[in-house]
Design a protein around this ligand. Sequence first.
Ligand SMILES: Nc1ncnc2c1ncn2[C@@H]1O[C@H](COP(=O)(O)OP(=O)(O)O)[C@@H](O)[C@H]1O
Ligand SMILES: [Mg+2]
Length: 264
Amino acid sequence: MTMSEIERALCALRLSGIRATLETRILQAQANQEPFLDTFSLILQDELDRRRSRLMDRRYQQSGLDERLTLADLDWRFNPKLPRAACFELHTLKFITEGQNGLIIGKPGTGKSHVAKAIAYQATLQGLNVRYLEADSAFAKYALGNDAEQRKQLRTLLDADLLVLDDLFLARRISDAASEMLQSLVHQRYKLRRSIVVTSNRVVQDWGKYLHDNTMATTILDRLMHRAHLLEFEGKSYRLKEAASRLTGLTAQETIKTDSTKND
Ligand SMILES: Nc1ncnc2c1ncn2[C@@H]1O[C@H](COP(=O)(O)OP(=O)(O)O)[C@@H](O)[C@H]1O
Ligand SMILES: [Mg+2]
């Protein structure tokens, strides 16, 4: 085969990773007088690498995440009472393999969504199928769909390896359709042993009120909590801190430093 025939064959076989590096690998092999097997494994690795990074990109695009957050972006000194060890434990993603859930409950602005998004992003990097939803807008979208659309939405959310419901009960009351969707998601994912991460500013004792139905709240909570990591986020709002810093023209980091110097 000529070089252009090889290129066409690689294209037809969808081996774009090999196609991208082949010329370099040929030059490298000639320059180093490499044994064939060494060159061949490098070429094979190029294809594997390309596929893996494509998969991670696709997983991120499908996830519904809007930012690639990590736990490294958090300043753990800002709210020293955050359950740091539990956050990192969830970040290992072992809970997904074990079909456990994560409930991140606590005050606004303390980093609940940040941690949930970091876990979700990490899961996409591991090639997992993740769905991240802001609960209220997902419920509203669901309520607008016809039967077929609702079934399709549920199917997608049930199929995911990890489902993140961010800011559950932000609007306090949710519609009957939304309650049923939530119940269905929690029940079916529980049976399938598929993990859910929920974040909420609302203490679980109040969930019955928001669902208009205590029995439903109990059955939802039962299943969510049965195999769950419960993380309580106590502390000050980083959002307020950032807003205050903008007013005074300091960055949040500088404000924290200024504050901690004051306390010394
Ligand atoms: N400890 C922290 N260090 C750095 N940034 C933080 C910290 N806590 C929160 N943030 C940032 O503050 C903003 C609000 O956090 P968020 O996770 O949305 O709070 P919550 O979901 O608890 O209301 C986000 O931009 C987040 O990245
Ligand atoms: Mg939030």
